[in-house]
Write a protein that binds this ligand. Structure first.
Ligand code: SF4
Length: 694
């Protein structure tokens, strides 16, 4: 039994876990948070929440929080607490020294999808205006960067096309590479309600997840494909729709380029894309693909929801394009109840991408080579901007190992634990001369840092997050920053130490600058957010109250673009030494690498990471439920307990990566998406053997 005091006042704010973006009433007694109550008027959650948003906020006051800046000359030295002034002075002189010695492009910054829009905007501004290059990237690099590329190519903008409300008008739901029941629970409950009312569900996923089957809900079709074959399955679905004449010709003629469609139709109609031909390597029975394709094409309003099981592949961007093709092919875009929806894993993945934190894009998805957009910022910031794209995170690490990249500011991101190929990440970090980690805790990356800047939680700052339906929600300060400065103030003080004349006194002024420079945000202001509660971008003169459904009268790019989606097998192959395929994911009570949930008092957060293995594969190896097993790949090895279950198919194993000791990314490969370098976390050839324990 937990005793809680009576609240004295409350503040409406937004959950900082997943991309559903639930609103909460934070009930306070003095400066102490008493409880988080899901807010009935929150437009994304309408009074609902999951366990994480409601209960997993204890990390905010955890004893592991670092509250003072720290500096050390070498990473083998002990940390030395310093004043903020000394820390900023040290960073400023080190970054200037490094740029003078190694060149302007030898430094960069990484932002986080955990931070607010305003904080992310400031980090990319610091890099572009202060460092004078485009070496800025975000943790979306390792999750949804293929969404940016694929949807950008097909539709002209990188975002979910419909709002959560419109699931209530959907007749057929296709979920691919996502498990909303575990990762986006509040959206999942709205989805289940619709399914119970008669909508049909198709799931494409190697595992029989809680989304495939749960109380009162079961998917009509579960296409349990071999990991890495998404493109083949999606193209086979399109093959059936095209060859059986089930496509929406009038939509395609009206909204897309007909000659591109004809080229695409000829491509998918080829017999090599048929369900019968692809079955041999996708593992999905041809007849099931045919039935699922017919249902999606003829079952009424169709919506597609997808997650990292789509993007974190060597063909992540191609699968996103295949999803866009399917929506256009069936006329399922641009009205309520239909659309394409990337389910964002972290609270502000959408916002961090919107805010220009990619090395090739300015805020609002405008390429750095575009003169008009660059000039907007040049006029305002008083500097000439680089028109060449900068380095992505993996390129920064490669350049560090090569000796040309020397200093990095990392805000709210533990790249050593969350990025692939841990050995390469540590080699890159170790080769740098100044690594600045700005975070709540001394994370794994901080082992390689020269400066540590204490960060603030979402409870300690004002700002905005943008959820998976493009909804900009206010984050309101519930308690004073324990370290004395909110994260936006830290970045501003660092910029000032480097000589930049920034003078924001409140995040609302940062949003005003975003609105002045970014057409899709031109109608957004804190006063508009107070008035409406939240708005979905684009919010501008044409849509002053925001845009729940995108592409209603035409695609952002003009005509929708069909793209050929040739299946190319991943270079990661099974063989006698590594005969199984490992895929990874998240469970309801865990959140990513656990920085917050592992530091919140409640037993439910501390479930260990286990390896799911099919009974047949377990028996072959003499492995029983709960046994220790050694999991080895070409990249490395680790030790876990086995969970024997037929949720995974024979030949496939699965784990989560919540605890640092699991070291899941020691196992993963360095293969990545061909277009964006998003790592291929979801396919690793492995061997499993009995073990005596770690
Ligand atoms: Fe937070 Fe996501 Fe849970 Fe909502 S569904 S309470 S946003 S973790």
């Amino acid at each position: 039994v937990i005793e809680i005091g009576q609240p004295e006042h409350s503040v409406i704010t937004t959950c900082a876990y997943c991309g559903v973006g639930c609103s909460f009433k934070a009930e306070m007694r003095g400066d102490e948070l008493v409880r988080m109550v899901p807010w009935k008027d929150g437009k994304a959650n309408r009074g609902h929440s999951c366990v994480k948003g409601r209960f997993a906020w204890g990390y905010a006051t955890h004893q592991d929080r670092i509250l003072n800046p720290m500096v050390r000359e070498k990473i083998s030295d002990p940390w030395r607490e310093v004043s903020w002034e000394e820390a900023f002075g040290h960073i400023s002189s080190e970054f200037r020294r490094i740029q003078q010695t190694y060149g302007k492009g030898s430094v960069g910054g990484i932002t986080s999808s955990r931070c607010t829009n305003e904080e992310t905007y400031l980090v990319q501004k610091l890099v572009r205006q202060g460092f004078g290059n485009n070496n800025v990237d975000t943790c979306a690099r390792v999750c949804h960067s293929p969404t940016g590329y694929g949807l950008g190519q097909a539709f002209g903008t990188s975002a979910g096309t419909q709002d959560f409300d419109s699931v209530e008008e959907t007749d057929v739901v296709l979920v691919i590479g996502a498990n909303p029941a575990a990762a986006h629970p509040v959206f999942a409950s709205r989805l289940k309600k619709r399914l119970r009312a008669g909508a049909k569900l198709i799931v494409i996923d190697p595992r029989r997840t809680e989304t495939v089957r749960s109380a009162h809900v079961e998917a009509e079709y579960h296409l349990a494909l071999t990991p890495g074959t998404n493109v083949a399955v999606m193209t086979a679905i399109a093959h059936v729709i095209v060859t059986e004449g089930l496509f929406d010709e009038s939509f395609i003629r009206e909204r897309c380029d007909w000659s591109e469609f004809e080229d695409y139709a000829e491509f998918v109609a080829d017999a090599r894309h048929s369900p019968e031909q692809t079955e041999q390597y996708t593992g999905v029975p041809a007849e099931m693909v045919r039935q699922a394709a017919r249902l999606f094409a003829t079952g009424g309003n169709g919506s597609i929801y997808y997650g990292l099981g789509v993007t974190e592949h060597s063909q992540g961007s191609t699968t996103v394009m295949a999803i866009a093709n399917l929506a256009m092919l069936t006329g399922n875009i641009g009205r309520p109840g239909v659309g394409v929806n990337p389910l964002r894993g972290q609270n502000n993945v959408q916002g961090s991408c919107d805010m220009g934190s990619f090395p090739h894009e300015l805020p609002g998805y405008r390429h750095v080579s575009g003169d008009a957009a660059r000039e907007t910022f040049e006029m305002l910031w008083g500097v000439k901007l680089d028109r060449e794209p900068g380095l992505r995170i993996p390129n920064m690490l490669d350049a560090a190992v090569d000796g040309t990249f020397k200093a990095l500011y990392i805000q709210g991101e533990d790249i050593l634990q969350s990025d692939p190929d841990t050995k390469h990440v540590s080699a890159g970090l170790a080769a740098m001369e100044c690594v600045v980690v700005h975070d709540l805790f001394l994370n794994e990356t901080a082992n390689y840092a020269h400066v540590f800047l204490p960060g603030s939680t979402f409870l300690e700052k004002d700002g905005t997050f943008t959820n998976a339906e493009r909804r900009i929600n206010r984050v309101r300060k519930v308690m004073a920053p324990r370290n004395g400065l909110a994260d936006w103030e830290v970045t501003q003080r660092m910029a000032q130490a480097m000589g930049l004349e920034w003078a924001y006194t409140h995040p609302s002024q940062i949003m005003d600058e975003i609105a002045r420079t970014t057409p899709s945000f031109s109608g957004v202001s804190y006063s508009r957010l107070e008035e409406l509660g939240s708005v979905q971008w684009p919010c501008n003169e044409a849509a002053p109250e925001g845009t729940p459904i995108m592409h209603m009268n035409g695609f952002v790019r003009g005509r929708g673009k069909f793209l050929r989606t040739e299946y190319v097998p991943t270079d990661e192959r099974t063989g006698p030494r590594f005969p199984l395929l490992l895929t990874t994911g998240r469970i309801l009570s865990q959140y990513n690498v656990g920085a917050q949930t592992r530091r919140t008092a409640n037993v439910v957060w501390h479930d260990e990471d286990v390896l799911e293995i099919h009974p047949h594969d377990a028996e072959q190896r003499g492995v029983r439920e709960g046994n220790w097993v050694r999991l080895a790949s070409r990249a490395g090895e680790t030790t876990l307990r086995a969970h024997v279950t037929d949720k995974v198919a024979p030949g496939v194993v699965y784990t989560t990566f919540h605890h640092p000791e699991t070291q899941a990314n020691v196992i993963t490969t360095d293969f990545s998406d061909w277009a964006t370098n998003c790592p291929e976390y979801k396919v690793t050839a492995v061997q499993v053997k009995p073990s005596n324990g770690p």
